[in-house]
Design a protein around this ligand. Structure first.
Ligand code: DUC
Ligand code: ZN
Ligand code: ZN
Length: 478
């Protein structure tokens, strides 16, 4: 067991900031000390194994990305990051825990889907990892299997109101699953878009010759998200189940969440960096010399990027400030253009859905601090502390305090990060959805359970360092 002291920095939590030194022993934080404190001896820097100088920098709890899809089978291909490549990229960007989605589909046993996910992840991860469970086929067997999840450390599961024939659940299935979740104390995560109606709109657009990625955004109209969000809230209300709506992108969906929360409902919402920065017009409608109007496929994801003119981005930032949205995850689901996004040339419906962002979430959200959208403390809360509380990890994760895992990031507000392939890009993708983004800050040092994974621009992590996180019940509900 080695000791490490992080000196001279400003420790930032969800509730404040203070000048402090952080002492790590083995995998744990053991003390947060006034700078220069002699409480533990006169020459602490001389007696520890390693000193990390954080003078002039922020010392924050490691990021927690609670929405990733490593190796997700989707649209006839698999998301291109494995647990190994995806968690390594996460570490580069200051994320020290991920919660990925294990998959069960119609006709499959939940236990088998979960076992397959454990097999993919075990021994591969650079950082700690947990799972949510996708229930893609609600029936008497999968409902029964939900009873096993909490004991496995999986206290949240996801349903889809979109993707008929793939992951889709109808209202009767949703109601039954929510009733079960209410009994078990599980958190229901919902992909809230009206899939059957979207598929009709998409087919009509295609027949009219409107086949480019831009029309992915047109077919998945905000009304489809607002309607499904409202329906999910109502179904949850009837059953008494708490609800967490994933990847919120429409301002009208935020309004639905806000109204439910104002009525005192246990309803939560997450958004993602793409909905804060990118748009239907600028990205889905893009064309390039290399890809022509297939260029927009880089940003095909669901829910889709929304119209800049309609003001959805502004509403997302506002929701994050007012706590109508509580967290920012990535929905990291990367696909290469070559051989993957290309599958949808001439038919936007065949483009695999997903954007890769896991490496850049902490930076992109810090830029919101720089531009005055959120406070420094809210940055930590949205990216680490609330994800930990929401998904039953708080105390061990999401905070720098004695007894917590030593997952710590030293962030330099005077540093700079240029995002793009050939610059900062460790995700297994042949392009970056964030090419050209400039960040007025830099992830300097990344520590996971006491091990330095990143320092001085070098990667020191290893596959297999990451451990499985058996999560407790959501700490917002008890
Ligand atoms: N949305 C995506 O963009 N990708 C994977 C699944 C999803 O719901
Ligand atoms: Zn989804
Ligand atoms: Zn997702």
């Amino acid at each position: 067991m080695s000791t490490l002291l992080i000196t001279g920095g400003t420790v930032v939590s969800a509730t404040g900031r203070t000048e402090a030194d952080v002492l790590v022993d083995g995998e744990k934080v053991v003390a947060v000390l006034a700078p220069g404190s002699t409480l533990l001896g006169h020459d602490l820097t001389g007696s520890v194994d390693r000193v990390v100088d954080a003078t002039g920098k922020y010392v924050i709890p490691g990021g927690i990305d609670a929405h990733t899809h490593f190796e997700l089978p989707f649209g006839g291909t698999n998301a291109s990051d494995t647990f190994e490549t995806g968690t390594r990229a996460a570490a580069w960007g200051g994320t020290t825990s991920v919660i990925d989605f294990a998959v069960q589909r119609t006709g499959e046993r939940v236990e088998d889907g979960l076992a397959a996910w454990h097999e993919k992840a075990a021994g591969s991860c650079a950082i700690d990892y947990g799972f949510h469970q996708i229930i893609g086929g609600v029936d008497e067997f999968s409902l029964k299997s939900m009873e096993l999840l909490a004991d496995e450390g999986i206290t949240s599961y996801k349903l889809f109101m979109a993707y008929p024939g793939v992951f889709y659940s109808d209202d009767a299935q949703i109601l039954k699953a929510m009733q079960k979740a209410a009994d078990l104390g599980l958190l229901t995560m919902m992909h809230a878009e009206n899939g059957p109606a979207i598929d009709v709109l998409a087919e009509q657009l295609y027949r009219q010759g409107k086949t480019t990625p831009y029309f992915h955004g047109v077919a998945r109209a905000w009304q489809m998200e607002e309607e499904a969000t409202h329906r999910a809230i109502m179904l949850a209300d009837v059953t008494g189940a708490p609800l967490y709506v994933v990847h919120v992108s429409a301002k009208q969906a935020v309004e639905q969440l806000a109204a439910a929360r104002d009525r005192g409902k246990n309803v939560f919402g997450e958004t993602c960096p793409q909905y804060l920065y990118l748009s239907l017009e600028d990205q889905l409608g893009a064309s390039s010399q290399e890809w022509g109007d297939l260029e927009g496929a880089k940003w095909v994801c669901s829910t889709p990027l929304r119209s800049r003119e309609e003001g959805h981005q502004h509403a997302m930032w506002q929701g994050l400030r007012t706590n109508d949205l509580q967290m920012v995850s990535t929905d990291h689901c990367p696909f290469c253009m070559k051989d993957q996004k290309e599958l949808g040339k001439g038919d936007f419906r065949a483009i695999p859905n997903g954007i890769g962002s896991i490496e850049h979430r902490m930076d992109l959200m810090y830029q919101g601090v720089v531009t005055g959208e959120i406070s420094l403390e809210r940055w930590v809360e949205l990216t680490s502390t609330t994800p930990a509380r929401m998904f039953g990890l708080y105390g061990t994760k999401g905070v720098i305090a004695p007894g917590a895992d030593a997952d710590v990031v030293v962030y330099d507000p005077n540093g700079h990060t240029s995002i793009g392939v050939g610059k900062t890009h460790h995700m297994n993708m042949d392009h970056s959805a964030w090419e050209g983004f400039e960040i007025d800050g830099h992830v300097d040092v990344v520590i996971s359970r006491g091990e330095v994974l990143v320092s001085d621009g070098e990667y020191h992590g290893r596959a297999g360092h990451g451990s499985y996180l058996k999560r407790g019940l959501s700490q917002y509900l008890i």
